[in-house]
Design a protein around this ligand. Structure first.
Ligand code: FAD
Length: 492
């Protein structure tokens, strides 16, 4: 609960907070990132389509149109050095009639104006030669070869992990409650949280769906968020081959509509819906929402089998009434930065937004803090081994060096005890945190087999009783009391 002092405090460890933290870690600055969640990513960065958009969707001249194509290029450049999974799959926007064809033309021109390379409109036959399961009703499609898929968990972890390696401090389960201002309310002096005060002359609002509430604390009422839920199904990898690329229908006023897409790990992702709701954190799924997902997905790829769905989930968009990202520095109080209302294509745009924010801050705050490059900055990091994907020789070498890599914990995704232990060493504290790092529990059985084993390993590594291990922090405990002796604690 003690007070802490930094140069910059970032509120929110989603993709915006993480990419910005990494950019700032290249300077000799004391940077803190706080997040109310127990694991990262939380919020929209955890539950989205993970599409790295090419950049044709947004009207030239908008902030989105400026950042999206640059962000796309940066993901392609950074996936290697930061070791997160990126699949170069391209995307199609599919048209079913003449009106759609006109819309595809508009997107093509828009994309060219935004500097998106390689766009072309192909006819239905050409599409089906490449994608045999695409609907016979599709007459034309806009092909965008630079569209890509990432593992969004890995990407957020990668940026934040690299930032932490370069000295950034991450504080989880830490909720911003108040903005601290100078007596004349003209300058930011820090924030108050449930875990004490963080003093800093610069505070960045990267709080996603809560970004308008945080902006209000600085007296900024220029935007408000309409939380907008998107529901999804994920299928088994057995049907992952049904599409090779990301499939959209023509967008509607509600958004980009239901899509069918391969995930970075070869499942199929179906969704999302778009429903405005009052709650900022209700991520439940609904019967009508999931029925809409199936209808929309089968319009694009009719043969998707429903019995292959392994789970459903939803994410909440930070949908701003301004319809564009809010990326600015307030004139008063000095030291307050907004990166709010970051709806789609916010994941894609994040690395470009982060670079722009650093330029803005250097320009505006050079008298408050010094932006001196840190000669010790290391721009690369490694993810923990992805055991399932390793060649046999490499698997054997790992298992011989550390027997925990010979113990399979998650049979669906072939995750070993060695990976789980490494994830805990790198910061995972909950069962969801282990899943985010390793994919244990992300397969067909959704943790039915590996869940108890992961609880046991977490308890052992963290030195706490199994009853204290939670699914995702707070009150989400797995075990509520003993029914019989715990064999795994060796108790009789
Ligand atoms: C259904 C859906 C589909 C999408 N699909 C795509 C896509 O395919 N491609 C794409 O580019 N974009 C997509 N997006 C948009 C993208 O996910 C977001 O733009 C991006 O994740 C926003 O990142 P963020 O860091 O601003 O917010 P978030 O990821 O929501 O992070 C904000 C963080 O702030 C924390 N926080 C909030 N309040 C406080 C507080 N008071 N104190 C401390 N911490 C706080 C939260 O816990 C959270 O971790 C989609 C979004 C959704 C919901």
């Amino acid at each position: 609960m003690s007070d802490k002092t930094f140069d910059i405090v970032i509120v929110g460890a989603g993709i915006i907070g993480a990419t910005l933290a990494r950019e700032l870690s290249a300077y000799a600055l004391r940077v803190a990132v706080i997040d109310k969640a127990s694991d990262i990513p939380s919020g929209a960065s955890r539950a989205n389509s993970a599409m790295i958009h090419a950049g044709y969707d947004d009207q030239p001249g908008t902030i989105k149109a400026d950042f999206c194509p640059i962000g796309n290029r940066l993901y392609h450049e950074l996936a290697g050095p930061l070791d997160f999974t990126l699949k170069e799959c391209g995307s199609y926007v599919c048209g079913f009639d003449d009106d759609d064809r006109k819309h595809l033309e508009k997107l093509l021109q828009q994309g060219r104006a935004n500097g998106v390379p390689g766009l072309e409109i192909v006819n239905g036959e050409a599409l089906r030669r490449r994608e045999p399961y695409a609907s016979a009703e599709i007459t034309h499609a806009l092909w965008a070869p630079t569209g890509a898929i990432v593992n969004n968990f890995e990407a957020v972890l990668a940026f934040m992990d690299n930032a932490q390696q370069n000295g950034v401090e991450l504080f989880l389960e830490t909720t911003m409650e108040e903005l601290l201002l100078s007596p004349d309310r003209g300058e930011v002096v820090g924030i108050a949280t449930n875990r004490g005060r963080f003093f800093a002359p610069v505070v960045v609002n990267a709080a996603g769906v809560n970004s308008d509430l945080i902006a209000r604390m600085a007296g900024d009422e220029s935007f408000f968020i309409r939380p907008t839920r998107g529901e999804y199904y994920i299928t088994d990898k057995h049907v992952g081959h049904l599409v090779k690329s990301f499939f959209f229908a023509c967008p509607t006023p509600k958004g980009k509509g239901i899509t069918v897409a391969p995930t970075a790990e070869n499942n199929l992702l179906l969704g999302p819906t778009s429903t405005v709701q009052a709650s900022r954190d209700d991520t439940s799924t609904t019967g009508p929402g999931l029925a809409e997902v199936i209808d929309g997905a089968r319009r694009l790829v009719p043969s998707i089998p429903l019995n292959m769905a392994i789970t459903a989930f939803s994410g909440v968009r930070a949908n701003p009434d301004t319809k564009d990202f809010i990326v600015n520095v307030l004139d008063r109080p000095t030291g307050f930065v907004n990166a709010g209302g970051i709806k789609s294509p916010g994941f894609t745009s994040a690395p470009a937004i982060a670079r722009h924010l650093v330029e803005l801050m250097e320009d505006r705050f050079s008298r408050r803090i010094s932006f001196i490059p840190d000669p010790a900055f290391v721009p690369e990091r490694k993810h923990i081994p992805r055991f399932e994907q390793l060649p046999l020789e490499e698997k054997r070498r790992l298992a011989e060096a550390d027997r925990r890599y010979a113990q399979i914990v998650c049979r669906c995704e072939m995750v070993t005890e060695g990976q789980v232990v490494e994830a805990i060493a790198r910061g995972a504290r909950t069962v969801a945190g282990v899943k985010i790092w390793t994919r244990a529990g992300a397969g067909r059985c959704q943790g039915g087999f590996c869940g108890p084993r992961v609880v046991e390993i977490l308890a052992r590594e963290l030195g706490v009783p199994c009853e204290e291990i939670t699914r995702h922090g707070g009150h989400s405990r797995y075990l509520v009391g003993k029914t019989k002796d715990y064999w795994f604690r060796g108790e009789k």
